[in-house]
Design a protein around this ligand. Structure first.
Ligand code: ZN
Length: 424
């Protein structure tokens, strides 16, 4: 699966129609979720049947294409599955994931990411009906259900001609801070479009850090780019301006909403920039190595640790990792996630444990080996990676992911990189 994205510029009455479709999508989703909560034990079939009932009951639900309603049910099913998965693995979800009701009723459920109602849905998803591409131009799409969105021009350089219409599995309309986008989810294995990279005979271990973007087992350090810090300052400023205009307990002023939108646009710009950067770096790492080992970090946990928090979330490590795995899959290279225990403590030369605090930047061992702390860690990561190949199963993870999960992952960012997304 991969995604092509186009910007669209709907007319005011089309904006209304799109918003109406998005609201309906959210309505169906929340209704179905409520139904599931009130009727524990109801499965897939019942939820879809309930969706059919909703269509009979509400005119505005019926106006939305029937498959688009189904995708709303699918989203509920996905969050339910994820919740049960988390429970089984005993993996705590994000706290915000729980509804207050769930918190009171079941402390445990709240821990594991109980499915929540959606408040600010920003997209509507069609399947293979309810829309039509203009066969002449292939640069226009017509939404044909009763929401009356109508014809939209697709703005962007990528060409839909490459693909057969039946390869387009989903069409989404997405609302972002800077306008509306139409995404086409296309059934295509990324490996079908490229030749694998040639064999380099090289392996690499990567240690992501707070000081550098990463340090590798060859002693190379990729610096954190300047724009990270710069954009952080800009974001903070925009955020402060927004907070100043916020009035507690009152309807917000026009100026507040102006500042809020400005902040959102800034955020979007920054996330696109960072994504682009991660993508570029990951691509070159995959290109010049046959095996890439990195730590299987619990980034969520690290973000909770407030001292480390900012830098890790900031450094975009999870996005970097997803790009590594995606390109690894696409170009036929191995990517291995290793357990992060002791990678920075053990001496990569003799195996002795050398305790050090976070502020100790150099690894000095009794055996006489001295190395930069992060480089030493990267070497350990590589050694672990080489010894566990075939074990962790995270390599080629991208290709094995079920299609629905990939779709979840596929909600991407912006038009500058609309060729491919490995992720959410
Ligand atoms: Zn040593």
């Amino acid at each position: 699966m991969f995604v092509l994205e186009y910007k669209v510029k709907p007319k005011p009455q089309q904006v209304q129609a799109i918003e109406e479709a998005i609201r309906t999508h959210q309505f169906v989703r929340n209704k179905v979720l409520r139904y599931w909560m009130d009727n524990r034990g109801k499965g897939k079939t019942e939820l879809f049947r309930y969706n059919t009932d909703l269509r009979a009951e509400y005119e505005f639900v019926k106006d939305l294409n029937s498959h688009a309603c189904q995708t709303a049910v699918e989203r509920v099913l996905r969050s339910i599955t994820k919740f049960f998965d988390n429970c089984q693995k005993n993996k705590p979800g994000k706290k915000e994931d729980a509804t207050p009701r769930a918190v009171n009723a079941q402390g445990k459920a709240h821990q594991a990411g109980y499915p929540k109602f959606q408040k600010h849905n920003r997209s509507v998803e069609y399947k293979t009906s309810g829309w039509k591409l203009d066969p002449q131009t292939k640069k226009h799409i017509n939404f044909t259900d009763k929401k009356n969105i109508g014809r939209l021009k697709l703005i962007g350089s990528k060409n839909l001609y490459y693909f057969q219409p039946e390869q387009i599995k989903r069409v989404r309309i997405v609302c972002r801070a800077d306008g509306y986008y139409v995404q086409f989810v296309i059934k295509l294995d990324p490996r079908d479009t490229v030749k694998p990279f040639s064999v380099t005979g090289k392996c690499i271990g990567i240690d992501v850090g707070l000081k550098e973007f990463y340090a590798d087992s060859n002693g190379y350090k990729q610096p954190i780019p300047q724009f990270y810090r710069k954009s952080e300052r800009q974001l903070n400023r925009a955020n402060r301006k927004k907070s100043k205009k916020y009035q507690r307990g009152k309807p917000q002023s026009f100026n507040y909403h102006k500042a809020r939108k400005r902040y959102a646009r800034k955020h979007l710009k920054v996330s696109r920039q960072r994504e682009e950067y991660c993508k570029r770096v990951a691509y070159s790492v995959i290109q010049s190595n046959d095996l890439v080992a990195y730590e299987d970090l619990n980034v969520q946990g690290m973000i909770k640790n407030r001292k480390l928090a900012k830098s890790i979330s900031d450094a975009g490590w999870s996005s970097f990792r997803q790009w590594l795995e995606y390109f690894g899959y696409k170009y036929g290279k191995a990517t291995v996630a290793v357990a992060p225990q002791y990678t920075s403590q053990i001496c990569s030369h003799c195996g002795a444990k050398v305790k050090k605090s976070l502020s100790t930047r150099t690894h000095v061992c009794q055996c006489g080996y001295t190395e930069d702390r992060d480089v030493n860690a990267a070497i350990n990561i590589l050694q672990k990676g080489l010894s566990t190949v075939g074990y962790t199963g995270t390599h080629y993870a991208w290709g094995e992911t079920s299609s629905s999960l990939v779709e979840e992952i596929l909600l991407g960012y912006g038009d500058s990189m609309n060729q491919e997304y490995p992720r959410l």
